[in-house]
Design a protein around this ligand. Structure first.
Ligand code: ATP
Length: 224
């Protein structure tokens, strides 16, 4: 399902990945993805809907609907593409499996950037085989300017050894950590599900094509 960019065919490609339940995808995800793609001059940024997220409750709508909505959302966004590999697996969506699978398709020089919010990054030590993640990708931590959190003890050594001062200093295919500062739009899928469940409008919080899909398929009308 992922489309390839031929922007720099003879060079290493720069590929970002943003996983999520996308239940539904919204403008917070999309703006953030576009801003990161521009800041890092990515060839593509893959949105990867997760099948059975290991860290949270089951999504409210089917994988098929979530995939359809993400596909509609990125239809005209050149650099944003959908990657449905986690929905093809009949297993929990562990990032390490996704990264290994992606790496199997890329050339050794291609650069992979795993986008993680600060909260997700802090939870890394509970992830499956988390210490192997950096063998396959760089980690780009999306940090809010107003955040004043400290990294957990388990990550301090890793940060000391692997972090670089700015995203532009990330070199090679994998292995380093950088922070990118973004002011996220105050939108969440939880908020959108709640609006729709109570019969309110979600217009301008999701792309119009996604909203049309939600209405056409009667999604999120029940309890949140
Ligand atoms: P929910 O409200 O159901 O928890 P969500 O809106 O947080 O959903 P997810 O699918 O869980 O959406 O998010 C996927 C990724 O997008 C996560 O890394 C999350 O941190 C990030 N993200 C979510 N909302 C925003 C936002 N408003 N701006 C930037 N990034 C966001």
């Amino acid at each position: 399902m992922a489309r390839r960019s031929d922007a720099r065919p003879s060079e290493a490609r720069r590929i970002g990945i943003l996983g999520g339940t996308f239940d539904p995808v919204h403008i917070g995800h999309l703006r953030s993805a576009v801003e990161v793609a521009e800041a890092l001059q990515l060839d593509e940024l893959r949105l990867i809907p997760s099948a059975r997220p290991p860290h949270r409750n089951a999504p409210q709508v089917s994988a098929q609907d979530r995939l359809a909505m993400v596909t509609l959302a990125v239809a005209d966004a050149d650099v944003l593409v959908v990657d449905d590999r986690e929905l093809q697996r009949d297993k929990p969506s562990y990032s390490i499996d996704t990264l290994e699978s992606l790496r199997g398709e890329l050339s050794a020089d291609d650069q992979l950037f795993l986008l993680l919010g600060w909260d997700a990054f802090c939870g890394l030590p509970s992830w499956q085989r988390w210490e192997e993640l950096l063998q396959h990708c760089h980690i780009l931590v999306l940090q809010r300017p107003d955040a004043d959190s400290e990294a957990p003890e388990a990550l301090r050594d890793l940060l000391a050894a692997r972090s670089v001062s700015t995203p532009s200093a990330l070199e090679g295919p994998s292995g380093q950590i950088a922070f990118i500062w973004q002011t996220p739009l105050a939108v969440s899928a939880t908020q959108i599900r709640a609006l729709l469940a109570s019969g309110k409008s979600a217009r301008f919080l999701v792309p119009d094509t996604v909203l049309a899909y939600i209405h056409a398929h009667g999604l999120y009308r029940g309890a949140n």
